[in-house]
Design a protein around this ligand. Structure first.
Ligand SMILES: [Zn+2]
Length: 115
């Protein structure tokens, strides 16, 4: 069976989606339609149901990544707090050196934890 929808004359039906090119002029999608949604023909790329699914998957992937980064950040923060708490018993001059070393570490770590 040929892929795509055909009209009564057996001709391929074009996707009804409007899209735009690099110059931002709108044109009708050039592809043949493979599905009807709400009475309108769409190609696989512009199928609104498929697009919504892809968007949802992308959003979920971003949410998962965000949660992962938040978790890493919380862990790193707790680790630094623990280390600072550990060095506060040092004599003052050593404490200052230890704090400076930790600050250097924090600055050079930057956002590279988010990997
Ligand atoms: Zn299309």
């Amino acid at each position: 069976m040929a892929k795509g929808l055909r009209d009564a004359q057996g001709q391929p039906i074009r996707c009804s989606a409007e899209t735009f090119d690099y110059s931002y002029s709108y044109y009708q999608c050039q592809r043949n339609a493979s599905i009807i949604r709400n009475g309108k023909p769409y190609c696989g790329t512009h199928d609104p149901v498929r697009r919504a699914e892809k968007r949802k998957a992308r959003d979920e992937a971003w949410d998962a990544r965000y949660r992962h980064e938040e978790e890493l950040r919380t862990q790193r923060k707790a680790e630094f707090v623990r280390r600072i708490a550990g060095i506060r018993v040092l004599p003052e001059d050593e404490f200052e050196k230890a704090i400076a070393a930790l600050v250097d570490e924090i600055i050079s770590a930057g956002c590279s934890w988010y990997k």
